[in-house]
Ligand binder design. Structure first.
Ligand code: GUN
Length: 293
């Protein structure tokens, strides 16, 4: 029976530590940290994510500002807003919730954010710093996964880690972090994706499998070896007759993996809460850097 990695409790503990730290700064007369978020359009999942980020800021004592923009806003108008936030000394973090409408180039937008307040870590400069193992903002989800592995003392050195998915937000940075020097890291990493032939031949030899493909129950128990560690990054909304009208389903088939793996993250309550913690961590990091704390 696997250890169930309790991201929810861990994130709660870590969030409370941030709250205490902020309380201490406020008592010393400093201003609160401030996160700004831009939400374009009315995608249901994005609205939910941004609302959780606001609640999280509130909990730890950060100020937050959300700019809600219509989906037909032009790229130029969006860039102008980002420019004005970039030059606001009192804002420590700026995120633009993705995905953006098709007529807006996400890459141009993320690269227009001042890298020093790019707490999502999506700017090309911050991705470059990550690949060089330099100090940077590690994107919230990969950061949350690394923190989980660390807090649960999961051995990574010399282990074979298979990352399924090569997205800029999760798979790619995850693979870089797992192979970097230091702990967690020093793993031998394989990245698998939609064109990988015989996926099971890779996952079956992995000590750690990180799955981020957005396909419910994609990774099954018969695809991993006995004792593997399974990190499930997937969060897909599927229709449900509960009061929300949907439920969240992971990329890992939890039931068939539970007996086979040595540790596994559940959905919900695994990586998701740790991602939310990652954003708070990065915002606090920017704040402390700005104020020399
Ligand atoms: N969309 C999905 N994940 C993320 C994230 O971590 N940050 C932003 N800004 N948008 C996202």
């Amino acid at each position: 029976m696997a250890t169930i990695i309790d991201g929810k409790s861990l994130a709660q503990k870590l969030r409370s530590e941030i709250k205490e730290e902020v309380y201490h700064y406020l008592n010393s007369g400093e201003r609160p940290p401030h996160l700004a978020a831009i939400l374009v359009g009315d995608d249901g999942a994005s609205k939910t994510y941004v609302a959780s980020k606001e609640r999280d800021c509130d909990f730890v004592g950060f100020d937050s500002t959300v700019h809600r923009l219509p989906s037909d806003i032009t790229e130029n108008e969006l860039l102008k807003l980002i420019e004005s936030i970039n030059s606001n000394e009192d804002i420590d973090g700026l995120i633009v919730q993705l995905p953006l409408p098709k007529h807006i180039n996400s890459s141009v937008v993320t690269d227009s954010i001042n890298p020093e307040i790019d707490v999502d870590g999506f700017h090309t400069i911050n991705v470059g710093r990550l690949t060089k193992n330099e100090d940077t903002y590690i994107s919230a989800t990969p950061f949350g996964v690394i923190k989980m592995l660390e807090e649960y003392g999961i051995e990574t050195k010399g282990k074979h880690c298979v990352v399924i998915g090569r997205s800029n937000i999760v798979g790619r940075p995850m693979s870089i972090l797992m192979s970097r020097g230091g702990y967690p890291g020093e793993s031998t990493v394989t990245i698998c994706h939609r064109y990988t032939e015989n996926l099971k031949s890779h996952t079956y030899v992995a000590d750690i499998v990180i799955v981020a493909v957005g396909i419910p129950h994609f990774l099954k128990g018969d695809m991993v070896k006995e004792g593997a560690v399974v990190i499930d990054v997937g969060i897909t909304r599927v229709d449900s007759d509960n009061n929300k009208g949907y439920k969240l389903v992971g990329d890992a088939d939890f039931d068939s993996l539970l007996d086979k793996s040595s540790a596994i993250t559940p959905v919900p309550g695994g990586v998701g809460p740790m991602t939310r913690y990652g954003l708070l961590y990065n915002t606090l990091k920017s704040y402390k850097r700005k104020l020399n704390l």
